[in-house]
Ligand binder design. Sequence first.
Ligand SMILES: [Zn+2]
Length: 300
Amino acid sequence: MQPELPEVYTIASTKPGPTVAILGGVHGDEYEGVIAARWLAKFLKNNLVSGNVKISAPAHPAAWKATLRESPIDGKNLARIFPGLANGSATQKVAHEITERVIRGADLLIDLHSAGTNFEMPFLCGYHGGTGKISDESQRFADTFCADFTWQHFGQPLPGRSLSTAFDLNIPAIYTEGRGGRSIQYDDLQGYIDGVRRVLRELQMVTSAPISQVASCRVIGEGNTDAGVTAKIAGYIVTRAKCGQPVLRQEIIADIVDVYGEVLSQIHAPHDGFIMMRRRDARIEVGDSLFIFAKKDVRS
Ligand SMILES: [Zn+2]
């Protein structure tokens, strides 16, 4: 079966300037990024004053139509197989198309994700820091974006991500997350749009952008949604804490109970910090990712 390749919209200004690549809907169950990217595509037609913006949203049309995180054709997660393969499986072809038509040649990649069906995350902008010029620039753009949280992951992005492909091509990159759950929160959607506008203003590609109403909370830690605190036993997770909430080391975050409500075990915060990801579905199997925590980032 031939995959449907994503459409790429290019908004070109007559004045030379940087090229910014924007992705939404790399995961097909994340609505916020697609709608924000499409809103921006329309807005920028009349408001881009220099450079080019390349937008692909939904970046994974088959997954988007099926409202699935993975491809309904080959079962693959697009965000794990970048840079893709021209003659690979359906999803590898999509990754290859995005790499070649959207990411390559850009001066910045902005990948608009959200927590999707399975997870909840606070509104955040993430980047990979500590590896030199590309990560320093990524940090600057993440700070400019100014989400509720600015999350630094130390070192190179893990392979297979759009961000790792950007890094391999020497392109700074940031990504967003929002609350997800197949609902759209006004603050998240507006936050994505306004954050991108602030970055474009910083690059002098638009003349104005809304000023952020929040002082972003800077945090640091591993952001892999395949890892974090995983379930050691099966059961039902009863959450005691909210996403984005500050926690203290050893604080009880959740109980794992059996079907009679009997507590089988408890989950403690591994360190002082913040809850950056929470699993939504209460029924859990061994190995399921339950929470991700981040520490306060003490950089000045
Ligand atoms: Zn995603």
